[in-house]
Design a protein around this ligand. Structure first.
Ligand code: PLP
Length: 365
């Protein structure tokens, strides 16, 4: 990215040679993103991240097909970037929204999606994998049903791009959102795949950048960072996925055997290799997080975007987890720098913290 902040600082839309150098780098990154999704470069639109991609896809597609129908489908466990956008379309723009439930493992049943499609259904959005519990959805099956029934299909692949395979053609995807900072790229840059032939109404007026689909000067260093990060992630996907999965399984097994009342949430089989999510009976998430942070371990109670909220996560509610148990939610995400030693240290720290917090809880009751 660095040269594109300094010597090649041209605007990618400019005619002069500095602009051409920036443009070349942007187009090279576009090819890397397209390759990672088995798409064509002209099907990739650069955005400011996952939230913008989700908004662009859903608002743009709903508006472009509003004359055909106004019935929209999404699931109960989507990220707020999808849920809030869908709710805004329903409450402020006259669309009808139907929420698809998940089972107790956090999975959507493709047949259920099929049953909810009506003649006026124009758009369905089902996330590829969930950001809290890491559960992977049967996207190819849902995509096949939507394609057959003439419904546009969007998936939020922010959690999966560069981590597990995505093939927009084999999965019958029309619109896909990705974000660079989830795959070791920079923050504030992402992309939207728009299948050739799918029209989305312009959601941001301005210049003719991105073939008129997204007005605004392109963030060249960000785009270069996304392109490089996704190429590296693709190349390492298989080996890193296998390494993280075996570490994660060790972590989940150790936590369950060391901590009474630690419940793993979500499907074990259909799960991102780096995600561990558990609810611990009899403790609150926040003091556990503070204890972990004090020991140098960065963890989360669920989604970073809802931190600070005292309500249990909508994802856990959708799985039928009761309120008390949901308060003890803990998400541990592994990554490139996670070692086996770091995990056994984490298990020790967490087991001690839970024991101490339970003792304190018992003493104050
Ligand atoms: N969708 C999912 C599933 C996410 O996990 C996130 C971020 O956490 C987003 C969308 C939003 O992406 P961004 O932070 O790039 O706007």
């Amino acid at each position: 990215m660095l040269p594109y902040f300094t010597e090649f600082y041209g605007n990618a839309s400019a005619i002069h040679s500095l602009g051409a150098a920036a443009r070349e780098a942007v187009e090279c990154a576009r090819e890397s993103v397209a390759d990672a999704l088995n798409a064509s470069p002209e099907e990739i639109v650069f955005t400011s991240g996952g939230t913008e991609s989700d908004n662009a896809a859903l608002r743009g597609a709903a508006a472009s097909r509003a004359k055909v129908g106004r019935h929209l489908l999404t699931t109960a466990i989507e990220h707020h970037a999808v849920l809030e956008t869908m709710e805004a379309l329903a409450h402020r723009h006259g669309f009808e929204l139907e929420i698809i439930p998940v089972d107790c493992e956090g999975r959507v049943d493709p047949e259920d999606v099929g049953k909810r499609i009506r003649p006026d259904t124009t758009l369905a959005s089902v996330m590829h994998a969930n950001n809290e519990i890491g559960v992977i959805q049967p996207i190819a099956e849902i995509g096949a049903i939507c394609r057959e029934r003439g419904v546009l299909f969007h998936t939020d692949a922010v959690q999966t791009a560069g981590k597990i395979p995505i093939d927009v053609r084999a999965m019958n995807l029309d619109l896909v959102s990705i974000s660079a900072h989830k795959l070791y790229g920079p923050k504030g840059i992402g992309a939207l795949y728009v299948r050739r032939g799918v029209r989305i109404e312009r959601y941001q007026d301005g210049g003719e950048q991105e073939r008129g689909r997204r007005g605004g000067t392109i963030n060249v260093p960000g785009v270069v960072g996304l392109g490089k990060a996704i190429s590296i992630a693709q190349a390492e996907m298989e080996s890193e996925g296998a390494r993280l999965q075996s570490l994660r399984d060790y972590l989940m097994d150790s936590l369950q055997s060391r901590i009474d009342g630690a419940r793993i949430i979500g499907s074990r089989q259909h799960r991102l290799p780096m995600n561990a999510h558990l609810c611990i009976e009899g403790v609150q998430g926040e003091p556990v997080l503070l204890a972990l942070d004090g020991a140098g371990i960065c963890a989360s109670a669920g989604s970073a975007c809802t931190a600070g909220s005292t309500d249990p996560s909508h994802v856990l509610k959708a799985l039928g987890i009761d309120r008390d148990l949901a308060r003890g939610a803990l998400r541990l995400t592994l990554g490139k720098s996670t070692s086996a030693d770091a995990l056994s240290y984490t298990v020790d720290v967490l087991a001690d913290a839970v024991r101490d917090l339970r003792k304190m809880g018992a003493a104050t009751h």
